[in-house]
Design a protein. Structure first.
Length: 259
């Protein structure tokens, strides 16, 4: 029997792991890690350091698996992602069968929390649907959404108001002040800039590399802060080769402002 542990690791700092997550990591025989590209080797090092910091058993292994390229020229975004996930699932299933022919425990380390814009659980389900007998456990992690609110010392929802969670890809088409606070993830192009003409009153609370030593924060009127955010984002990418950021938007047309 194969047990799969999907563990949220927050920003990758050992201090952000829950006690439950640490206990789970110490049960893992083999960690499977997607090897994406050379300019994100820093992320692989962070995962390795995390394991060394909290795992006491000496016999666990970390196996990096070349991540299949996603077809970014495909006409359908959902179809391209589904194909990418299917190829990932096949690659992981082959490694699991080879490395643990008599059973054992496989671990997946998930940045932030597995519930928010992460594909690991979908891929694990595809492996199971293809015929591999799996017991799956999910350990939550501290998400970038939680860290953003904590660092800016804010409550995301206004009194009796909603929170809307979306991506940069969808933001411009679906934004409405009535949504309350809008939290945006996976926005490489800062799509919020396209909202300024219609919503000049928008306020933003932004953060990048949250939980790491080079964490950076900006908060204020979007029109006044946008250039600074772009500069800080570019600086973070130049330092590490990658940047993880998240932001919250709010219109003071509805409810209280962010700042």
């Amino acid at each position: 029997m194969i047990t799969v542990l999907v563990v949220g690791i927050g920003s990758g700092s050992p201090t952000q792991l829950t006690g439950e997550a640490i206990a789970a990591l110490n049960r893992v025989d083999v960690f499977l890690v997607a090897d994406k590209r050379s300019d994100t080797r820093d992320l692989a090092v962070m995962r390795t350091d995390l394991c060394r910091a909290v795992i006491t058993r000496p016999d666990y292994r970390v196996i990096e698996i070349a991540d299949p390229a996603r077809d970014r020229d495909a006409t359908g975004y959902r179809e391209a992602v589904a194909d990418w996930h299917a190829r990932r699932a096949r690659a992981y299933a082959e490694v699991i069968a080879h490395e643990l022919p008599h059973g054992g425990t496989v671990g997946f380390l998930v940045w932030g929390d597995p519930a928010f814009y992460d594909s690991t659980l979908r891929i694990v389900e595809q492996i199971r649907s293809a015929g591999m007998d799996l017991i799956v456990e999910v350990l939550p992690g501290i998400s970038s959404i939680q860290l953003l609110a904590a660092r800016h010392q804010m409550i995301l929802n206004g009194v009796g108001e909603p929170i809307h969670l979306t991506t940069g890809r969808r933001l411009v088409d679906e934004f409405d002040p009535a949504l309350g606070t809008v939290v945006v993830m996976l926005d490489a192009d800062l799509a919020c800039a396209a909202l300024l003409e219609r919503f000049p009153e928008l306020e933003i609370a932004w953060g990048a590399q949250l939980g790491l030593a080079d964490e950076t924060l900006v908060r204020g009127r979007l029109g006044e802060m946008l250039d600074e955010i772009r500069q800080r984002r570019a600086a973070a990418r130049a330092r590490r080769g990658w940047v993880m950021d998240v932001y919250a938007l709010r219109s003071n047309r509805v409810g209280a402002p962010l700042s």
